[in-house]
Write a protein that binds this ligand. Structure first.
Ligand code: TNX
Length: 516
């Protein structure tokens, strides 16, 4: 547990790792422009200074994160100081000036030369992204929790980089099996390294309610008391949720909370008898069936409940979005579904947030601002296409490509198989901007890789299912379509393997990847 709280997440001290230099072209996601300067390297030494944009606390914080990482592995002092007004001719500089407009708000320019490294961005998010690239250009031993011998060489070159889509997401289902704060924080560290900027937390389902709500305390205390398989569940206190939000924000990740409704609500219905149409609370549920529960659409108390619960969660969440689920509501009639989802969307809007729903929400129909998350397994969905043509933005999470809970193959012990097996080439081999017919690039807000946890119980399980597929989805979300190439991705992904070993990430050693 101690190891899990270490910030950048390098939980164990691995055996000494060779600090051999990494190719300038081994970055995941692929940058927009990569220009190696052949034969030249930069070396981080005991006298390296990290300069940051004067007067920018955000730049200083990002520099502090980089310094903390490198101090552990190099043993060097690495002081962080304000940059001089001219570009430094030595050391590492993180600057909020001199980036091209093309870098936008999340992009950066990275220049590595023999005397210096400069990351330039228009906004702090871009500096953070540039530092993630720099980490991947350092020898894997730079991620070590203990001092390593070096040398700390970085190949020289120039990168200009910015994202294709604004939404690059991962989802953790903390309802089927509860995942404690340190596990969520470590996953945030891991996804941020691949420029994922959204973490969607699936906070409620039939098997558990995972966030304290002051106005309805039984939700967490009783509804959160168990999980799939009948073990002890758990929930986040509001302070713990705030801690997750802050931890994510410091890594430029926005938390998107989901309260799934009107189905997937057995834990809530079990916690409060009055929420049920017949006034009788069902038992807690620890199996894995879906589609059997529904909030009571005809009771006014249901909407008081929504208003109070969503109001509290909106108040705890600085991000723009509240996810209200809406999937697999097979115990709710179509008319009731529309009635319910319309009111739920209005309630979210009244609390100042934009709705995200699973793509079933387009049948309600969706409000103009509602974002629909596509989780189907086919490349045609007429209702989603019509919604997109009328302006609905879509997050692409096709279950047969992006679902991290699907097995890699028939021998994978964890996971499910309903959407098919997904090895790395399946996860990588599709184009989010041209996948769903009638849903073009401009309708796509981005991509998201959900990890449902019916079979997932621990950090090791999470890592095994997410790596190496999460980086594949991350690349689809960030990199220009023109860089899409399995041979290139395979080489760059393989280069992450030594890094994951140093970081003690429990990744799946897919035979499709040419690990070095
Ligand atoms: C379908 S995908 C679900 C989840 C399950 C998942 C398992 C979606 C919106 N709903 O309730 O956990 O399959 O793969």
């Amino acid at each position: 547990i101690l190891a899990l709280t270490g910030g950048w997440g390098a939980p164990t001290a691995p055996a000494a790792v060779q600090a051999s230099s990494v190719s300038f072209t081994s970055v995941v996601p692929a940058p927009v422009v990569t220009a190696p300067a052949s034969g030249v390297t930069h070396q981080i030494t005991a006298t390296t200074t990290i300069y940051t944009e004067p007067g920018s606390p955000a730049a200083a914080q990002i520099a502090g994160q980089l310094a903390a990482l490198l101090r552990r592995s190099t043993g060097y002092t690495l002081p962080v100081v304000d940059a001089p007004s001219t570009t430094p001719t030595d050391g590492i500089a993180l600057l909020l000036s001199g980036a091209p407009p093309a870098a936008g708000s999340e992009g950066y320019q990275l220049d590595v030369s023999a005397p210096s490294i400069a990351v330039r961005a228009n906004q702090p998010a871009g500096l953070f992204a540039g530092v993630q690239t720099l980490r991947q250009l350092l020898p894997p031993a730079a991620e070590s929790a203990t001092a390593q011998p070096g040398p700390w060489e970085i190949a020289a070159g120039h990168i200009l980089d910015y994202p294709r889509f604004s939404h690059r997401g991962a989802m953790l289902d903390v309802a089927r099996h509860f995942l404690p704060v340190p596990v969520v924080e470590r996953y945030i560290d891991e996804i941020a390294l691949y420029k994922v900027n959204r973490l969607h937390l699936h906070l409620s389902d039939d098997q558990g309610w995972r966030i304290a709500v002051n106005s309805w305390p039984n939700l967490a205390v009783y509804g959160g008391s168990t999980q799939v398989g009948g073990g002890t569940g758990g929930y986040y206190t509001q302070d713990e949720y705030r801690q997750i939000v802050a931890y994510a924000a410091a890594r430029y990740v926005m938390i998107i909370p989901e309260i799934d409704m009107p189905g997937h609500t057995n834990a809530a219905l079990a916690s409060y008898a009055d929420l049920n149409c017949d006034g009788v609370a069902p038992k807690l549920y620890t199996g894995t069936r879906v589609g059997f529960s529904s909030l009571c659409v005809s009771k006014e108390l249901t909407y008081t409940f929504l208003d109070q619960v969503l109001g509290e969660i909106a108040g705890l969440t600085p991000g723009a979005y509240l996810h209200i689920g809406g999937d697999e509501a097979s115990s709710t009639t179509a008319t009731d579904y529309s009635t319910f989802m319309n009111r739920a969307q209005q309630i979210v809007a009244a609390h100042g947030k934009t709705v995200v729903g699973w793509h079933d929400v387009v049948h309600a129909p969706a409000l103009p601002s509602t974002v629909a998350q596509y989780w189907g397994t086919t490349t045609a969905d007429a209702a989603v296409a019509t919604a997109a043509q009328n302006g609905t933005k879509i997050i692409m999470s096709p279950a047969n490509r992006a679902y991290l809970d699907m097995k890699y193959n028939s021998r994978t012990k964890l996971g499910q198989r309903w959407a098919g097996f997904i090895d790395v080439q399946d996860a990588y081999g599709w184009d989010p901007g041209a996948y769903l017919s009638g849903v073009g690039e401009t309708s796509v807000l981005g991509v998201e890789a959900p990890l449902w946890t019916e079979t997932i119980q621990s950090l090791a399980d999470v890592e095994y299912m997410a790596f190496p597929r999460l980086p594949a989805i991350a690349e689809l979300g960030w990199s220009p379509a023109s860089t899409h190439d399995w041979t290139s991705f395979n080489q760059r992904l393989g280069a992450q393997g030594p890094r994951w070993r140093v970081m003690a990430i429990n990744y799946y050693h897919s035979t499709q990847v040419s690990w070095p």
